[in-house]
Design a protein around this ligand. Structure first.
Ligand SMILES: *[C@@H]1O[C@H](CO)[C@@H](O)[C@H](O)[C@H]1NC(C)=O
Length: 366
């Protein structure tokens, strides 16, 4: 009989513990978040929200209104209750502009004339990976992202798989906002083309990929050149497209849903079109347009970059014109020399039979 009571007591405790167990709420950095709390409604409602370590006052409500006299500074203007829901037993707290520092255990304390209640919420904060940038300068490929929480992981791979050795240095910083930045670089041997480098950065909430492909250099005449953009296997529709020059100038921008593209000032003369596959067609080029071209396709999960180096061949139209000019100029020069030799020079010297001969000869040919 005694054992039975002990068992019943233990069971009651287990039930209480599970009922009172903290619920988890996952919040996104800088967004708004709701900490749920419900209670058995009654008269004379009192609500207190505390941040558990240190019992910091987050938000209080009694005498039918908010009471923020003791509110901790860090929650100022960031908290609210659902006023119309309180009488129905809903004491949920809304928190806006969520910070990493808000990650904590919270206590919801309620009381009415019918009694007191307490419940706990475990708030987790995530700053998801937003943008992964990948870039090649010389033989070094660098992949990076910032503003992430909790600590992210970074991995490299290639397609097709290769035995290229990565000199992978990952640094993680944690500045004031407690957010992480991550950077990793690797060296590629010169002349590695068409290999796809894939950098993946992941954290608790999400993961994002960035890829980089370096195509063989293009040599083209100044009149017209098509620089390819190599799209991923998936459809292009949800991607936005940006073409840039030497990593600094934006040439063209295009959003996936809208087929139209906008050409930057300074490139209007050179851009002929952007083809359906994303290739950039250029015309009327000069040596100023020699350099690195990057096509960047990105959507919510991925960014695909394609790098190509363009060289302009001295040739085509301009060279032909130069040859024509040179030939014409040469002909005129020869004619003038012949004229001087046959017509002008003889008048300065007594005629000899030999000179007479040359003169008559030129007269025949001319
Ligand atoms: C309380 O009310 C808010 C706002 O209407 C709602 O989002 C939330 O789910 C409610 N919570 C509970 C515990 O009823």
């Amino acid at each position: 009989m005694k054992l039975c009571w002990v068992a019943a007591y233990l069971l009651l405790w287990i039930l209480l513990l599970t009922a009172d167990g903290d619920s988890e709420v996952s919040c996104v950095f800088m967004e708004r978040c709701i900490l749920p709390c419900s209670f058995q409604t009654g008269k004379e409602i009192v609500i207190h929200w505390f941040k558990v370590p240190g019992d910091l006052h987050v938000h209080s409500f009694y005498y039918s209104k908010d009471q923020l006299g003791h509110q901790d500074q860090r929650f100022r203007n960031r908290t609210s209750l659902f006023k119309d829901q309180i009488s129905r037993g809903n004491a949920s707290l809304q928190l806006t502009g969520v910070q990493v520092q808000d990650q904590s255990r919270y206590k919801c304390h309620t009381s009415t004339i019918r009694g007191n209640q307490e419940s706990f919420i475990n708030l987790k904060v995530d700053a998801p990976v937003h943008e992964v940038s990948i870039d090649q300068v010389g033989n070094r490929i660098t992949c990076s992202s910032e503003g992430i929480y909790p600590e992210p992981q970074l991995t490299w791979s290639t397609s097709p798989p290769s035995n290229i050795t990565f000199t992978n240095t990952t640094t993680v910083q944690q500045p004031e906002q407690l957010l992480y930045s991550i950077t990793s670089s690797l060296m590629v041997s010169a002349g590695v083309y068409d290999l796809l480098f894939i950098c993946t950065i992941s954290t608790r909430r999400n993961r994002r990929r960035a890829t980089l492909r370096k195509l063989a250099d293009i040599s083209a005449p100044s009149t017209k050149v098509t620089i390819p953009c190599t799209p991923p296997n998936t459809t292009l529709t949800n991607f936005s497209l940006v073409w840039s020059f030497n990593h600094t100038q934006t040439i063209v921008k295009q959003t996936g849903t809208n087929v139209t593209y906008s050409v930057s000032d300074g490139w209007k003369q050179q851009v002929k079109e952007v083809s359906e596959s994303g290739s950039l067609v250029l015309k009327d080029l000069s040596s100023k347009q020699e350099g690195g071209y990057t096509c960047e396709l990105s959507n919510a999960e991925e960014t695909h970059s394609t790098n190509t180096h363009l060289r302009i061949i001295k040739g085509g139209h301009s060279n032909a014109a130069a040859i024509v000019t040179a030939v014409l100029f040469g002909t005129v020069l020869v004619a003038a020399l012949l004229y001087i030799y046959t017509k002008v020079l003889p008048s300065f010297a007594p005629r000899s039979p030999a000179q007479e001969q040359v003169g008559s000869c030129s007269r025949v040919t001319g």
